[in-house]
Design a protein around this ligand. Structure first.
Ligand code: DC
Length: 270
């Protein structure tokens, strides 16, 4: 009799423990920082992971691209129509008019809105959707020097830290694990060979109807790596406690399984 009561009691206790563990895992929101070189598919990876976990996805590269678009739009016919009221051409033959851009920083409002059709967030610049405009070569060729400016970075980092305050986010970029969220619970550093990345980028551009050669795209990939890794402000580097993922030869499914495994290890630890 005593034995039966004891067994029922221990089963109950086990049941309660398992329930609490499950609730804790579901409730425990963490910050997932995904950094790495360009065109590794890390944005797609981060978006899918966020969707899988019910987390918010924040594409910090899109923020630097939006600042670039703002700085460039006078030279970009498609955007001039949208931003006809703004007349800021901050790119000069000598480089960027930093003073003008710095003065305009408070006028640049970047936000993300979830698009139910794609299941992913779209980037908005001063209330206008610019998801397509920020992905073209025009912006890609000019974004690195903009992202290297200290005052631009400080403004973006402050915004990113604000966005991640409540946790439950997957944020991708170059300095998330090193500068934006150095205490992120899970940090991933993604790499792939320049040739593999150039081919992926070329496929993406072709799918959008943009014309570019493999050599041109490869050059762009290598130049961006160089600028991102050697800039004075927050150079791209792997955080000491980040896990490295070389996805040159991984399928999407293999990559996803690996990511979920890392996530589960973190949320079920301690
Ligand atoms: O990830 P992406 O290719 O969209 O990034 C665009 C540019 O912005 C790229 O040159 C790197 C830079 N960037 C950055 O400096 N810091 C970040 N956190 C994200 C992107």
């Amino acid at each position: 009799m005593n034995r039966i009561i004891y067994k029922e009691g221990s089963d109950k206790l086990l049941y309660i423990c398992i329930s609490f563990t499950l609730i804790y895992v579901v409730m425990k929101k963490i910050i997932i920082a995904i950094d790495g070189v360009s065109s590794t598919g890390k944005s797609t990876m981060a978006k899918d992971l966020a969707r899988e976990l019910g987390y918010t996805y924040i594409d910090t590269g899109a923020m630097y691209r939006a600042v670039t678009l703002y700085s460039l739009h006078v030279a970009c016919a498609a955007v001039v129509q949208t931003f006809y009221s703004l007349q800021h051409g901050f790119f000069t033959s000598g480089g960027i008019d930093e003073q003008k851009l710095q003065d305009a920083m408070n006028d640049i409002d970047i936000s993300f809105r979830f698009n139910p059709e794609t299941g992913r967030p779209d980037t908005y610049l001063n209330g206008v959707k610019v998801e397509k405009e920020i992905r073209g070569m025009e912006v890609a060729n000019r974004v690195s020097p903009i992202a290297a400016l200290g005052f631009v970075r400080r403004a973006m980092v402050a915004k990113q830290q604000e966005m991640g305050k409540a946790k439950g986010i997957v944020m991708d970029g170059r300095d998330i694990g090193t500068v934006v969220f150095p205490d992120a619970e899970l940090k991933i550093y993604v790499t792939a060979s320049p040739e593999v990345r150039a081919q992926r980028r070329l496929d993406e551009l072709k799918a959008k109807g943009e014309v570019a050669s493999f050599e041109e795209v490869l050059e762009n990939v290598k130049t961006r790596d160089h600028i991102d890794m050697t800039r004075v402000e927050s150079p791209l580097r792997k955080a000491d406690d980040a896990l490295e993922l070389d996805n040159s030869h991984l399928t999407i499914a293999e990559q996803k399984a690996w990511l979920l495994e890392q996530y589960e290890k973190v949320v079920t630890s301690d």
